[in-house]
Design a binder for this molecule. Structure first.
Ligand SMILES: CC(C)(COP(=O)(O)OP(=O)(O)OC[C@H]1O[C@@H](n2cnc3c(N)ncnc32)[C@H](O)[C@@H]1OP(=O)(O)O)[C@@H](O)C(=O)NCCC(=O)NCCS
Length: 123
């Protein structure tokens, strides 16, 4: 059964701005997330914008927003086919448990200026 859905859009310029501020990306993205996009050249901001959208979409899908959740504990990683998967730990995993969620699906898209993510939570 579907317990929640969430969608979010992020302006890529906002993330590009963050990337220029030392230490800021590390506040929002895990080492693995930053490492996975490091060699994407001009697409780094696009990919991180989509990953940030996924974090906010997760907050909507659980229905409480991101209050009390450490953003780095909502991680997006691509599988061998390139499909993104959400990995939750710590505060994010706890919130999912409180809702009774067991499976989380994510889909990402981005173009020049905007990135969008959609999250579905199943029991
Ligand atoms: C839920 C949350 C993620 C929404 O983020 P947002 O980007 O400000 O909101 P958006 O403009 O994308 O979406 C707004 C819509 O979200 C929906 N929404 C609001 N609270 C929600 C909730 N608790 N659950 C699900 N959806 C919610 C509403 O429908 C709202 O539109 P409406 O007021 O017209 O009905 C936000 O409450 C939150 O937790 N923000 C934290 C952001 C953060 O930590 N940023 C750190 C870097 S600055």
């Amino acid at each position: 059964m579907i317990l929640g859905i969430g969608v979010d859009v992020v302006h890529v310029a906002r993330i590009r701005h963050w990337l220029a501020i030392p230490g800021l990306p590390e506040r929002f993205f895990s080492e693995e997330e930053l490492g996975a996009v490091r060699d994407r050249g001009g697409a780094i901001a696009l990919s991180l914008a989509a990953r940030f959208a996924a974090k906010e979409a997760f907050g909507k899908a659980i229905g409480t927003g991101l209050a009390g959740i450490t953003l780095k504990e909502i991680e997006v990683a691509n599988n061998h086919n390139g499909k993104p998967d959400i990995r939750l730990s710590g505060s994010a995993a706890r919130k999912l448990g409180e809702l009774g969620g067991r499976k989380v699906h994510v889909s990402l898209t981005h173009e020049r200026d905007n990135a969008i993510a959609m999250v579905v939570i199943e029991d």
